[in-house]
Design a protein around this ligand. Sequence first.
Ligand code: ATP
Ligand SMILES: Nc1nc2c(ncn2[C@@H]2O[C@H](COP(=O)(O)O)[C@@H](O)[C@H]2O)c(=O)[nH]1
Length: 352
Amino acid sequence: MSCTKLLVRNDIYDLYVKNLSTLDKGAYYRYRWEESCIKATLLLHAKTELEVEEINWKYELRRPLFEKDNLVEFDFDNGNKKIRCKGIIAGTDIYRVHGKIEEIEYDICGKDYETFREKCLYKHIAEKYIKETPEKLLIISGFSGVGKGTIIHQLLTDHPEKYVVSVSSTTRKPRKGEVDGKSYHFTTRKEFEELVSRDEFLEFSEYAGEYYGTLKKEVYKNYFEGKNVIIEIDSQGARQIRKQQKIQSVFLIPPSFDELLHRLKNSGTETEESIRRRLKRALVEIEHVEEYGVILVNDSVEGTAFVVDALFHPALKHACGCNERELNIVKEIREGIIRYLSNGNLSDRGIY
Ligand SMILES: Nc1ncnc2c1ncn2[C@@H]1O[C@H](COP(=O)(O)OP(=O)(O)OP(=O)(O)O)[C@@H](O)[C@H]1O
Ligand SMILES: Nc1nc2c(ncn2[C@@H]2O[C@H](COP(=O)(O)O)[C@@H](O)[C@H]2O)c(=O)[nH]1
């Protein structure tokens, strides 16, 4: 079986292709794969010498047929005739990753070509880039109702080209107004567990009996397209990601417990029972605030969004710490939640 790798530098690709000798025993194909994919080359490791002698084949990449013996069946078309042959593909994709040109090389003889290729791609990005450029990713956590969604919305409004939010997957039912694929990817438990078994999640956790998780694909695809990715997750998920790589993380807190309660009640959709459930959860989350690089008081939407934007600056990628003010607020919130949960609701205090 003939076997040669075709690696062509992006800047000389066109020239190379134009001058390609018909004696070259290989097939190549140029295509756009995703926004960030500039070129891709493929080479057939053909089964017979006769097959590799055909040149200028067009390879229908998106519809490979797979055989039990791992040989892929292709239709090649040299303009005069179509040939069906079998082989193994080796390929190189050339991408623009945050402004840099990067080649990703892969061999494929597996069953599921698309999945395999994506895995190669994401593994490469994760290992080579994301770990080196943690400032491109940011975790945002915070108590329910603190204003995470509001701040993210502000950032997306102010800088639509710069940021993207990774859409989490969840097994919980959609709430009113939530859109599948935008608010969350709503999945069944079975689907979620299958994704877990295929190692598709960057992190996942169980919250109130439901699964929540961040798909690697969600983060890496956007990262690859040159966006800064915001990951809104809880502290369990944040811990899992931190174990894998350096990443800046921010925990939003309200200016006071009363303000947190005001925001929760003001949303108008929360029942007393769900407020208490969220506050119980906040008591768990509050134990982990000091694991975060930055604790940020969300007292003004514009001001907080401004600081979060600044945290993406490379100079601040390792910024960390909180001062006494934040720690005192955290303490006050913890006491407020405990008091509220043990005393009943705030209407006793004449605030609302
Ligand atoms: N800086 C702020 N000042 C005053 N109100 C705010 C501020 N930030 C957010 N809010 C208000 O707080 C309420 C809750 O905000 P939001 O839904 O963004 O919270 P969240 O943390 O995303 O909640 P959840 O985790 O439950 O989805 C909203 O009514 C929002 O308008
Ligand atoms: N570990 C993860 N936590 C996540 C993810 N997406 C959301 N969340 C957190 O879940 C709770 C509940 O969210 P809700 O939409 O049902 O109110 C909240 O704390 C979120 O931050 C995720 O992908 N991973």
